[in-house]
Design a protein around this ligand. Structure first.
Ligand SMILES: Nc1ncnc2c1ncn2[C@@H]1O[C@H](COP(=O)(O)OP(=O)(O)OP(=O)(O)O)[C@@H](O)[C@H]1O
Ligand SMILES: [Mg+2]
Length: 429
């Protein structure tokens, strides 16, 4: 996903640089920027560009390079218009006071992220720049600043730190800690499946981030592989915490239509339902769906479109992860299933409980909270009545589906033995 193009020294993102050499060669800096951008996008090779430049030199003064590029059918007018717009947007970004833009790191559904240097502290940061269209939504901008400021108070090594929020021209931006590494999404794409222990260790670090955030009153609402970054030192960091969302969770999910990896694959049933009251359990579900994807190489529920995927989150039983990967430990399989319980009350009630079980799975001990029949027994007991949403998931020590079956089997044995004895008595007579 990461667009790791090298910084272009003469790019408009680096206002300090000059195009003096180009002027000497009779080229305008605009031509140079457009020319480079055309090559950067793979629309023309360097040779093709150079040939067009030579033609330009032979044409009357004032002829633009872009005119030649169109004439020679290297690019279309439409492509050029789009490129012009993008470059203008970049020029806007270069105006963020105190930051030197370096290169694009990536782009998501909502914004583009750039690597930049914070001049005062001489450090690298990542800056997320929102598209202009958000500027007119006052309610959203107010939330953007409020949540950004609140997030700056979070302090955890597993959370991508929020450093600054502001406005440059028509663009609002969010400055955050730069993570030099990759994302869980990229790891899944590269390896298809992440080995169980590695996945457990990553999930544990994100669970720590959630514990910190939830205790401070934050709910992430968009836990997914793309939002979990892994630094080169192997530290997992949860990104986008404190980044306000412009639309509802359901709308955001629907906007993902047509994408292979999108929000609906990790959305909790309560968010898919469009409920406003979202609790930390939604993040536990999102992390559970991410965990499932890591260890099985598959998302929990697939579908033709986002709506279908969301419906499945709501009602389709989960294929247990160990049915896909049989050598998975029982502990891990149970943890994932509990994280993905459809009813929020059947999930871990907080990240601390989840951390306890993850530790058990890592040490090979029996999980404390996730039990083979936890949900089954609680539904029998009717202990999680809708009137009591905070009721803990009842976990009976040593309980299991095995218990009623054992009693039935014992009864059947007794009956069989009675019948045999009766038969023997009758046959002796
Ligand atoms: N703090 C950061 N440090 C380094 N790279 C980052 C950072 N934050 C984001 N990125 C990069 O920028 C990309 C885009 O991030 P962004 O949050 O805009 O979208 P996303 O999370 O990938 O997807 P979506 O928009 O669907 O949520 C990420 O995939 C990642 O590669
Ligand atoms: Mg993100």
């Amino acid at each position: 996903m990461t667009d790791a193009k090298p910084a272009q020294p003469e790019s408009p993102k680096n206002p300090g640089s000059s195009a003096a050499g180009d002027s000497a060669a009779g080229r305008s800096s605009g031509d140079t920027i457009m020319g480079r951008a055309v090559v950067d996008r793979g629309w023309a090779t360097k040779d093709e560009l150079e040939k067009c430049r030579e033609i330009q030199q032979r044409l009357p003064p004032g002829t633009k390079l872009t005119d030649v590029l169109v004439q020679k059918e290297v690019v279309t007018r439409r492509q050029l218009a789009r490129l012009q717009k993008e470059l203008e947007a970049d020029r806007g970004q270069s105006a963020i006071p105190g930051y030197q833009m370096m290169r694009k790191l990536g782009a998501g559904a909502m914004a583009t992220v750039y690597l930049a240097k914070q001049v005062s502290l001489d450090r690298l940061v990542a800056i997320k720049i929102l598209p202009r269209k958000y500027s007119s939504d006052e309610g959203f901008i107010a939330r953007f600043y409020k949540e950004g400021r609140a997030a700056a108070k979070l302090n955890d090594q597993h959370i991508v730190g929020a450093l600054d929020v502001g406005q440059a021209g028509e663009h609002h931006y969010f400055v955050m800690e730069y993570v030099d590494g990759d994302t869980v999404h990229e790891r899944i794409q590269a390896a298809k499946r992440i080995p169980e222990r590695e996945a457990l260790l990553l999930v544990k670090q994100v669970a720590k981030a959630l514990k910190h955030a939830h205790e401070k009153g934050f709910i992430h609402r968009d836990i997914k592989p793309k939002n979990i970054m892994i630094s080169k030192a192997g530290v997992a960091k949860l990104a986008d915490l404190g980044l306000a969302r412009a639309v509802s969770d359901r709308e955001a999910a629907e906007a993902e239509a047509g994408k292979a990896f999108g929000t609906p694959y990790y959305i909790s049933p309560e968010q898919a339902r469009g409920l406003r009251e979202i609790t930390p359990a939604a993040d536990i579900y999102g992390l559970g769906a991410t965990f499932y994807h890591m260890i099985t190489g598959r998302v929990p529920f697939e579908g033709k479109n986002p709506t279908e995927v969301m419906k499945r989150h709501l009602s389709e039983p989960l294929t247990p992860p160990d049915h896909i990967v049989p050598d998975l430990s029982q502990g891990t399989a149970l943890i994932v299933e509990m994280m993905l319980a459809k009813d929020a009350r059947d999930r871990y009630q907080n990240a601390t409980q989840l951390l306890e079980d993850l530790e058990c799975a890592l040490t090979g001990a029996e999980t404390v909270h996730a039990r083979p029949s936890g949900a089954f027994m609680s539904s029998l007991a009717g202990a999680t009545s809708p009137a009591d949403p905070d009721a803990p998931v009842p976990v009976l020590p040593g309980s299991g589906k095995g218990l009623p079956w054992a009693m039935i089997a014992l009864g059947a044995l007794l009956l069989a033995s009675l019948l045999i004895n009766a038969y023997l008595l009758v046959s002796k007579r």
